[in-house]
Write a protein that binds this ligand. Structure first.
Ligand code: GAL
Length: 468
């Protein structure tokens, strides 16, 4: 393979009542009375619900078959949000071409609520910052052609101290999705009630809302359920039974060490991702902090090819053409949204480290995965200097030995010749990425030596071992 320098050539509910009095935590004094559920009652309810749908994978319930393409307020604004910002952002999503590129949800994160529920126990939207009301807001978002997302918490309070949905799951589902018209729920894990109150672990706590959403879906509207419990309790083993995506780590920061650590962690659990349920690598930091252009490209590529939800989290009124160009790379987005192949890319060689070694600074460098239109390769240069990156094609399980492959570069948008046996990407920049789509281009030329690209056990028909 020839290459140009600098160019990648490349229980029912129990009847037990428990009285709780005068609890104070991030909010005013109040008293609570709750119905205690038997452990895992809702989980079994969920499984009962799931059993009847003819499951392919996880929920398989009509929404979020593919990763969500969205906007979320948290990374750019934290608690500084209001209705004008949401509508301005939605309009920018349209005018900047993000909606046309496929971004579909406009999601509100923490801090949208009043600190107290109403006298009937309902959530109340902040009467100043969301003064026109949430129904009005979702109507406007819908009128702009988007779907709308909201945030709550599986404990007493959200992480910023607003009311959580614990023990209000069904009521909150009715408020958020029935009365207010939201379509998507991000569900956090702060302010966990005592064990002698929950009598269940994280799974059971999230199952309560999953069941509430399943019950709500009987009204005809299915809600996207995004679990945000930071990877606790090995969520990648069970998240797909309750929701459509699950955060696998703590909060992302707008810096390379954070991105590298998230890529490293997720490199070991790629098999959890499929249609309808997937690892969520956290919301994008493109446009924030001190990421270089190459780091921003690597960030987007890794998230997209690992089939994470892609959730924009920057101030769109100040977005640069560079960042917008990355977010709208249609060839990368097409892999993320592949309707035929759900699998994440996975490492086939770690590179800097021995294979299967965890290293937050130097995650796996050589990755591949199937797609409907060829084999995807991702080469990540985790070094602090530019470097050439070489691989034998058949290191990827999706490559056929004895065939040659055309090479499409998903960042330069160019066809870069035909690869035979191996490929070298030259001078990949520090913390940079190469994303390639290799398509079968027929048999490789006759007489190529060695007879097997993988030399070990390479044997002639008469039994002569020609390899190592
Ligand atoms: C964290 C969560 C963040 C954000 C924040 C809001 O727990 O991981 O993504 O939602 O809470 O308080």
């Amino acid at each position: 393979m020839r290459s140009k320098p600098g160019v990648a050539d490349s229980s029912g509910a129990g009847e037990e009542f428990v009285e709780y009095k005068m609890v104070k935590m991030g909010g005013p004094m109040f008293s609570l009375k709750r119905t205690k559920m038997k452990p895992f009652s809702s989980l079994s309810g969920s499984i009962g619900f799931l059993c009847c749908l003819g499951l392919v994978h996880g929920l398989s319930n009509g929404v979020a078959r593919l990763p969500a393409l969205a906007y979320n307020t948290w990374n750019a604004y934290q608690c500084n949000i209001d209705e004008d910002l949401i509508i301005t952002t939605a309009k920018l999503m349209k005018s900047l071409g993000l909606q046309a590129a496929g971004y579909e949800y406009v999601n509100i994160d923490d801090c949208w609520a009043e600190k107290n529920r109403s006298s009937t126990g309902e959530l109340v939207a902040d009467t100043t910052r969301f003064k026109s009301g949430m129904k009005n807001l979702t109507d406007q978002i819908h009128a702009l052609g988007f779907k709308a997302g909201i945030y709550s918490d599986s404990g007493w309070f959200t992480c910023a101290g607003y009311p959580g949905s614990f023990d209000h799951e069904a009521q909150d589902a009715e408020t958020l999705f029935g009365k207010w018209g939201f379509d998507y729920l991000k569900y956090d894990n702060c302010a966990i009630p005592f064990d002698d109150i929950t009598r269940q672990g994280i799974v059971g706590k999230y199952a309560q809302m999953s069941t509430a959403l399943a019950n709500f879906a009987k009204t005809g509207k299915t809600i996207v359920f995004s679990l945000c419990e930071w990877g606790w309790s090995q969520v990648w083993l069970w998240g797909a039974t309750l929701g459509h995506s699950w955060r696998t780590t703590g909060d992302i920061g707008p810096n390379w060490p954070s991105l590298a650590a998230i890529i490293n962690f997720n490199s070991f659990i790629t098999q959890a991702t499929n249609f309808y349920g997937r690892n969520d690598l956290d919301m994008l930091q493109l446009g924030n902090g001190g990421l270089t252009f190459d780091e921003a490209k690597s960030h987007f590529t890794a998230w997209a090819l690992m089939k994470s939800p892609l959730i924009i989290g920057t101030n769109l009124s100040a977005i640069t053409p560079d960042i917008l160009g990355i977010l709208t790379n249609h060839e990368i987005l097409a892999i993320n949204q592949d309707p035929v192949e759900a699998a994440s890319v996975s490492p086939f060689r770690w590179g800097v480290n021995p294979d299967w070694t965890s290293n937050d600074t130097h995650p796996a460098q050589y990755w591949s995965g199937p797609s409907q239109s060829g084999t995807v390769f991702m080469l990540l240069n985790t070094l602090d200097e530019s470097s050439d990156m070489f691989f034998n094609l058949t290191e990827s399980p999706w490559i056929r030995a004895g065939r040659q492959y055309s090479v499409r570069d998903l960042w330069t948008h160019t066809d870069n010749g035909t690869a035979i046996r191996n490929f070298t990407a030259h001078a990949v920049p520090t913390h940079g990425v190469v994303a390639l789509l290799l398509k079968d281009a027929g048999n490789e030329p006759n007489g190529i030596f060695p007879q097997c690209a993988v030399w070990w056990q390479c044997t002639a028909e008469d039994g002569t071992r020609v390899g190592g």
